[in-house]
Design a protein. Structure first.
Length: 346
């Protein structure tokens, strides 16, 4: 993309430019639209602006930052190294502004706020629904928005400010910065099948006896899938050939109930479904830590703080198979909930 440079300026001059009014909200909106649409033309159509106006806005922003934000490619434009860095902050800033607007609207309409939750398979069957029910009983005016996806997709939305928290298995964060994780409980993963599955009643059942049946496995990019693959390798076995990859608990349950499919499910989910039962084949060493992932620096909204309190409370009350009981300080949970409710009404 054509780029116009001004004479080199000091770092102090560049920082002042960002604070003295040259950086506008429209710059943030345009740069995010171009990145998401992949071209200036499509961004202009999406924003209902003329293409020259979008191009001019981008050039203004590049002059302010004194770097090139996008490069042309065969399929449109893509962010440069500098563009990726700026986009992270632009998305977060726009998300914060949206959150501010929604909070003011909620207060004006007499509502108590909105909490956006990303959920994974772990925690979606018992922990999160029960915590939401507790929240709605106590504060019906709180709006709860729940979306389900894999962790890699959810974490990007969390960092961008589009989610308040993620509930589910605590996946290692690796190089991801700006996040912290709250451990709530741990449980084993089990192989489950319908109660009248053909392998029921067989003695000396092992993992190799199950390979010939159809399986439901986690998606390839998930940590659980990698752990399942290691379990097969430990017994010198290849993965089953007849496989469905799925993260939807409703789909998994229906397939296991109505077919000979075998699935890898958290112990709590298996124990809660009368039509399913664990198989006598242990998955050694495969446990999951379940909890909440939240932004490190961004304080939770009052509504998110309330939900977090109920998540802690419900996790503390869970009766895990095998007697693995979780224990949290009830006084701490109550204090957190009271603090969050106080901030909602202040």
């Amino acid at each position: 993309m054509d780029h116009i440079y001004e004479p080199e300026r000091t770092r102090e001059e560049q920082e002042i430019d960002l604070l003295n009014g040259r950086l506008k909200l429209r710059h943030l909106i345009v740069v995010v639209a171009v990145a998401e649409q992949g071209s200036v033309v499509r961004a202009a159509q999406h924003l209902r602006l003329a293409q020259p106006a979008v191009t001019r806005c981008l050039r203004e922003l590049e002059r302010i930052l004194d770097v090139e934000l996008f490069v042309r490619g065969p399929r449109g434009v893509s962010p440069t190294f500098y563009g990726e860095a700026f986009l992270e902050h632009a998305r977060a800033a726009l998300a914060e502004l949206r959150r501010a607007g929604e909070r003011i609207t909620d207060l004006a309409d007499g509502r108590l706020g909105t909490v956006r939750v990303g959920t994974l398979l772990a925690g979606s069957s018992q922990l999160l629904p029960r915590a939401i029910a507790d929240l709605k009983r106590a504060d019906p005016g709180v709006t709860v928005l729940v979306s389900e996806a894999t962790f890699d997709k959810q974490v990007l939305r969390l960092l961008a400010g589009e989610l308040d928290l993620i509930v589910g298995r605590l996946t290692p964060l690796g190089d991801l910065g700006g996040l912290r994780q709250i451990h709530l409980y741990s449980e084993a993963m089990r192989l489950v099948a319908r109660r009248d599955h053909p392998v029921r009643g067989r003695t000396g059942l092992g993992l190799g006896d199950l390979v010939g049946y159809p399986w439901i496995l986690p998606l390839a990019q998930t940590a659980l899938r990698q752990e399942v693959e290691r379990a097969f390798r430990a017994e010198d076995l290849d993965l089953p050939e007849d496989v469905v990859e799925c993260t939807s608990i409703l789909t998994v349950r229906t397939l296991v109930r109505e077919t000979d499919m075998i699935a890898v499910l958290p112990e709590l989910i298996a124990a809660a479904d009368g039509d399913l039962a664990p198989l006598a084949v242990p998955l050694e060493g495969i446990r999951r830590a379940v909890g909440v992932t939240v932004p490190q620096e961004r304080s939770p909204t009052p509504a998110a703080g309330l939900l977090l309190g109920y998540l802690r409370e419900r996790a503390a009350a869970l009766e895990l198979p095998g007697g693995d009981q979780n224990r949290f300080s009830r006084a701490r949970v109550s204090a957190e909930s009271a603090s969050a409710r106080s901030r909602m009404t202040s």
